[in-house]
Design a protein around this ligand. Sequence first.
Ligand code: MG
Length: 167
Amino acid sequence: MLRIGHGFDVHAFAEGRDLVLGGVRIPAPRGLLGHSDADVVTHALMDAVLGAMRAEDIGQLFPDTDPAYEGADSCELLRQVAGLARDRGYRILDCDCTIAAQAPRLATHRLAMRRALAGALGIDVESVGVAATTTEHLGFVGREEGIAAWAVALLEQDEGGAHAHLQ
Ligand code: MG
């Protein structure tokens, strides 16, 4: 049984924060505001994987009111989500992420992000895509107020799990 999941996230820019996207620290004058490291790409991808599992979302799994997740490395949380997927009888087959950021330019960091995300998921780098776009100066992304990310994930559910799902 194949299942597809979709994730979306937004974080606002903030002074005095590191910019972490797809598990990679990107040189930039400011980062994103969030309880964790605010890695908007990894958050979207976690919700895509969890969505395909029809499981809790990341807000339920890793509440931002829990001090345990303050400054959390989102790639470590993604690693936990991948472990949960395996425990529940899913195989993560393929993922793709799109980042909307007016600045900074991200093209040179795409491969590093793919490697970091694939490493956290425990899958081949060829199974993880990352693309980046601007929004032609339109909207909150275009005004450089924040960064948005979307992700899709394709999972295969083992037969036993698929049957349990229907009961
Ligand atoms: Mg988030």
